[in-house]
Design a protein around this ligand. Structure first.
Ligand SMILES: *Cc1c(COP(=O)(O)O)cnc(C)c1O
Length: 378
């Protein structure tokens, strides 16, 4: 072999079987075959890989992991939470079909269904899921999908998943639940009869604010269809990000335990702060805490920007779920896309602050937040 050829084709140690402790990163766009029989074997479903947009061991590891944690037979990863939602929706509806969605969906999801899906000829009705009779009234002959979230953002309304599942079954619809805030550590919608579970793995599953990823879990047939959409739309997750997400997910239980108990402690402490009008936290869901988001509405006398300036080491970040405590201002970030009257009806005012509780010492978090409300008074 001449140099120019050898630099590309010299036999590499990695072509031997090496038993690494963790899955290596298959940072490759495609996979090689020994002969045409092996290639044909791929199309016959022998479980080999062809091309990373179609499938990759790292992205499959993530899909399988979350399916397992959700108690679902199958799972598939996507490039973001939104692309997982898009793939899940398009696996169920086509032009001319109708979706009934919750009016308090995550802002980006709301934008996706209201702007993009309606342009594709998919009809959408947005309705409050706190009244299942209203949801049932919104169902039409062409309705195919009910879509909500297990715990909503930012006001933490807890969905009654059994009710959503039974209404879907009664009308022969597919139910889709975004389980990002609860995570499978706290809640497994598939085991309560929900057909499709979606995650922005960007949040708790990854847990370290260093990736953008999404996952869908459900039965083989639906996930197979969703996988087809991800392949055709080019919405695949990169191997490296899948690997990082799986690495983060190993500590999901430890993080959720610590972050949820911290969140409950912080929520209790903020309840006695006179400068906070309302504390939103699902206390009723367990003594150990349920989820790590605490949302507050500051008293009218508080200057919100001064409150934000007084947060010190607590960063102002328009995301959530990292190991570090951070805050966001839903009205001007995550819920910017919602019509202002919807925000008003939902109670998302300029004084609402969403706090994503991290793994720090709970008393330090409380002290910093109390300091910020003091500064907001000045
Ligand atoms: C962040 C988020 C999404 C969107 O996920 P991306 O990974 O940003 O695409 C969807 N649903 C919820 C509840 C979220 O918090």
């Amino acid at each position: 072999m001449n140099f120019e050829t050898a630099v590309l084709h010299k036999k590499n140690k990695t072509e031997r079987t090496i038993k690494s402790k963790v899955t290596p990163i298959y940072q490759t766009s495609a996979f090689a075959f020994n002969d045409l029989d092996e290639l044909e074997g791929f199309y016959q479903g022998n479980g080999n890989y062809l091309y990373s947009r179609v499938g990759n061991p790292n992205t499959d590891e993530l899909g399988d992991l979350i399916a397992g944690l959700e108690g679902a037979p199958a799972g598939v990863a996507a490039s973001s939470g939104l692309s997982a939602i898009l793939a899940g929706v398009l696996a169920v509806v086509k032009s001319g079909d109708h979706i009934v969605a919750a009016d308090d969906l995550y802002g980006g999801s709301f934008h996706l269904i209201k702007e993009e899906l309606t342009q594709l000829g998919i009809e959408v009705t947005v309705v409050s899921f706190s009244d299942m009779e209203k949801v049932e009234e919104a169902i039409r002959d062409n309705t195919k999908l009910l879509y909500s979230e297990s715990i909503t953002n930012p006001l933490l309304r807890v969905e009654n998943l059994e009710d959503v599942a039974s209404l879907a079954k009664k009308h022969n619809l597919i139910s889709l639940i975004d389980n990002t805030f609860a995570t499978p550590y706290h809640c497994q919608p598939y085991l309560k009869g929900i057909d499709l579970v979606v995650h922005s793995a960007t949040k708790y599953i990854g847990g370290h604010s260093d990736i953008t990823a999404g996952v869908l879990a459900g039965d083989e047939a639906l996930i197979g269809k969703a996988r087809g959409k991800i392949v055709n739309l080019g919405a695949n997750l990169s191997p490296f990000e899948a690997w990082l997400t799986c690495r983060g997910a190993k500590t999901l239980a430890l993080r959720m335990k610590q972050q949820s108990s911290n969140a409950k402690r912080v929520a209790e402490a903020l309840k006695v702060n006179q400068d906070i009008k309302t504390v939103y936290y699902p206390f009723e869901l367990g003594d150990a805490g349920f989820g790590a988001i605490v949302t507050i509405e500051l008293a009218d006398r508080i200057n919100v920007n001064e409150f934000f300036k007084g947060l010190g080491w607590v960063k102002i970040v328009p995301t959530l779920a990292g190991v570090e405590t951070s805050v966001s201002h839903p009205l001007t970030t995550s819920h910017r896309a919602l019509p202002s009257e919807t925000c008003r009806e939902l109670g998302i005012t300029s004084h609402v602050v969403r706090i994503s509780i991290g793994i720090e010492d709970a008393e330090d978090i409380i002290a910093q937040l109390n300091h910020a409300t003091n500064q907001g008074l000045a």
